[in-house]
Design a protein around this ligand. Structure first.
Ligand code: C5P
Length: 414
């Protein structure tokens, strides 16, 4: 996971009374692991579900509850914590605290601190579904959103009452993604649209069989997350993924190369940066059978005719020559031999600004692995070999390079 955004940030984590408070412990741990300094403030009701000690241990800082005791001798902790915060998250947010925030009440340390802070606010409501759907709660939530608070969830699922309904707190990873989105607002890609392709396309032979490849989609997902963390509006156009998709990213799900091409070309005019990380099948069955292909007794072989698929990036290049968009196009070259020669040829043939070359026969690189060793080749001839790193770190480097070439190209906002 990328630490660039959260490392060193002061995050105020408010925890209110609800069974989902136990999940806030996981959120606190994830924030601390990402390098944030987490100041936890609990309401009295929250401590009925999880003890402050849990949060103190996870954050490495004293979790606070009481307005009137002054740990560390600070007589006005709400003022100091409020001023220091880069971001405030309330998870879970009860109906009671939500109403207090909307009205500007300040009757405990958490509400007083939140009233005093100018930090952006991420809210993860969690409550019984009728409390959530109650018009008064809905009106308060709307008021807070209008004031700029980012609301995550609630989702639909099993609630404390064991009923199914809306009111379940968003998952910690989802809240974390929202927090990253808020912190990224002033990033270098704020207001820009980045499209990433990911996964291995599936080319059907018949209704139940298809030709595909070993791409997991990990690199594409990491690139989408890295672009989101730089403030971009991101669309991930993906064939089936073997990994969970990213949060805070728009997703367009496709299956074949032709579907992927159509989705990418439709988005291209509004795209600033396109990164083609998908493993696109070069060929597809010429005539997929309408029914499941049957073997016949004594049949020793089956011949399937394949036809060429469109080259998505080549078609993007043709469009770009006409309309000037996307401003930056980055391709991938996953090779098993002659890495740099093949990558250089593809860079030119597909008229890319940059190509990310990796030798998929290298241990630790390529399909399915969590790491990658890449070389960046630029249209102007520059070559930059990067050390072996996690796919998240590699994605950050690729995005940094794309942002730099965007600057070189003098990209005008679209
Ligand atoms: O030609 P090759 O498949 O090796 O090129 C890889 C790059 O081209 C990747 O960025 C991939 O997403 C893209 N590609 C494409 N359309 C294809 C095949 C590959 O856009 N039909």
């Amino acid at each position: 996971m990328s630490d660039q955004l959260l490392s060193g940030k002061r995050v105020l984590l408010g925890v209110t009374g609800g069974i989902a408070a136990y999940k806030a412990a996981d959120l606190c741990s994830k924030l601390a692991q990402a390098g944030a300094q987490v100041d936890v403030i609990m309401t009295e009701a929250a401590t009925r579900f999880v003890g402050p000690l849990t949060f103190s241990a996870l954050s490495g800082r004293p979790a606070r509850v009481d307005m009137w005791t002054a740990p560390g001798g600070d007589p006005i902790p709400h003022v100091h914590m409020a001023a220091a915060a880069d971001l405030a998250i309330v998870a879970p947010l009860s109906a009671n605290t939500l109403a207090k925030l909307a009205l500007g009440l300040a009757d405990n340390l958490l509400t007083a601190t939140l009233l005093a802070t100018e930090a952006p606010l991420v809210l993860a409501p969690a409550m019984e579904s009728h409390m959530w759907s109650n018009p008064v709660t809905q009106a308060h939530a709307k008021t807070l959103r209008k004031r700029g608070a980012v609301q995550v969830g609630p989702g639909v699922g099993r609630l404390a009452s064991s009923a199914l309904g809306a009111g379940r707190m968003a998952e910690p990873v989802e809240i974390l993604a929202a927090a990253r989105g808020v912190l990224a607002r002033s990033g270098p890609l704020a207001g820009r649209r980045v499209v990433v392709t990911a996964g291995g396309t599936q080319e059907p032979l018949d209704p139940v069989r298809y030709i595909t490849n070993a791409s997991s989609g990990k690199m594409g997902v990491a690139l989408a997350e890295a672009a989101r963390d730089l403030g971009a509006e991101v669309t991930l156009v993906h064939a089936p993924l073997a990994v969970p998709g990213p949060y805070g990213v728009e997703r367009v799900s496709v299956r074949t190369a032709i579907e992927m091409r159509d989705a990418v070309l439709a988005l291209a005019p509004a795209t600033d940066i396109l990164i083609g990380a998908a493993a696109v099948a070069d060929f597809r069955p010429a005539d997929p059978a309408a029914q499941k292909i049957k073997k016949t007794p004594g049949q020793a072989a089956l011949t399937i005719e394949l036809v060429r698929n469109p080259d998505i990036l080549a078609e993007v290049a043709a469009l770009r020559a006409e309309i000037g968009r996307p401003a930056v196009v980055v391709g991938f070259a996953a090779e098993t031999q002659d890495l740099l020669a093949n990558a250089t040829a593809k860079l030119a043939a597909k008229r890319l600004d940059m190509i990310v070359a990796n030798d998929v026969t290298d241990p630790g690189s390529g399909f399915g692995s969590d790491t990658n060793q890449i070389t960046l080749l630029y249209a102007d001839g520059r070559v930059e070999a990067l050390p072996l790193a996690s796919k998240g770190e590699v994605a950050e480097r690729v995005l940094d390079a794309a942002v730099a070439s965007m600057g070189d190209g003098g990209l005008a906002p679209g």
